[in-house]
Design a protein around this ligand. Structure first.
Ligand code: HXC
Length: 260
């Protein structure tokens, strides 16, 4: 599938999805959001893809936010539709069964920080910058940043970032748990690919079920989430990957998972 604002490459079982509007620091307009939703569908349906790395084109930014030029003259109703479009696409990405690693090569601001938070794992470079600058534009975040940020970093830290619109360094983002790792700029892709490859050698049904257990379990009360985990765990025992994984351990060899 051809897109105007994205490109998708495959390396073995790893997909590299790039948001490609470098002149606008990969700002998210309705076209990018729509194409991102389509790309998630393509990736979900492609059995060869086990893990996704999401990045921004160019040297400066992952994504510098929703496109301010596109939003400037929106009516309240248009802005609501735009916000809901972003929320739905990000939720689709978050709930896609395959793990997504955000490779954050520069600014991740506003909608860019919100997009990174919808990914499973975030890796930044030393020059990456994070923030929710919306109140400086007279608006709130609209792609679920007010919801994902406190869940990731805690309510107090989230409120400080939201109220001040401060831009924080990668080191501070790491300290508060907004990113998993900070690496040198020239190491970013290799680091993410190495992690993706480690994930890709594991039992993919189990990896996908872990994702569902965390994301869906966190939305439930404790008793329901435990029952959900018990069902998911039991489901693994209906797969040949479970038989293979445990037999390989007993036979002291590497497992050969087939994703069934
Ligand atoms: C549209 C953007 C953009 C954005 C950058 N650009 N961010 N265009 N929307 N969010 C464009 C600039 O206008 C400029 O275009 C080009 O990208 C390069 O940016 P510069 O500002 O010249 O670069 P620099 O001086 O290095 O500053 C980088 C920056 C700054 C600090 C990241 O661009 C910036 O503050 N951007 C806005 C960040 C922001 O407020 N994001 C939150 C948006 S609100 P030209 O044509 O001049 O070269 C949001 C809400 C989400 O995300 C929810 C919606 C429902």
């Amino acid at each position: 599938m051809e897109w105007n604002t994205l490109f998708l490459e495959k390396e073995g079982n790893i997909a590299l999805l790039t948001i490609n509007r470098p002149k606008a620091l990969n700002a998210l307009n309705p076209e990018v959001l729509t194409e991102l939703g389509q790309a998630v569908d393509v990736i979900t349906a492609d059995d060869e893809i086990f893990v996704v790395i999401l990045k921004g084109a160019g040297e400066k930014a992952f994504v510098a936010g929703a496109d301010i030029t596109a939003m400037k003259d929106m009516t309240a109703l248009e802005s609501r539709a735009f916000g809901i479009l972003g929320q739905e696409v990000f939720k689709k990405l978050e709930y896609m069964p395959k793990p997504v690693i955000a490779a954050i090569n520069g600014f991740a601001l506003g909608g860019g920080c919100e997009l990174a938070m919808a990914c499973d794992i975030r890796v930044a470079t030393e020059k990456s910058k994070f923030g929710q600058p919306e109140v400086g534009l007279g608006v709130t975040p609209g792609f679920a940043g007010t919801q994902r940020l406190p869940r990731l970093v805690g309510k107090g830290r989230a409120k400080e970032l939201l109220y001040t619109a401060d831009m924080i360094s990668a080191a501070d983002a790491h300290r508060i748990g907004l990113v998993n790792h900070v690496v040198a700029e020239d190491q970013l892709l290799e680091f993410c690919k190495s992690m993706a490859k480690r994930i890709a050698t594991k039992g993919q049904i189990a990896v996908r079920l872990c994702k569902a257990a965390v994301d869906q379990g966190l939305e439930m009360d404790v008793d329901k989430s435990m029952a959900f985990e018990a069902d998911i765990f039991a489901l693994c025992f209906a797969t040949s990957d479970q038989k293979e994984g445990m037999t390989a351990f007993v036979e002291k060899r590497k497992p050969n998972f087939i994703g069934k």
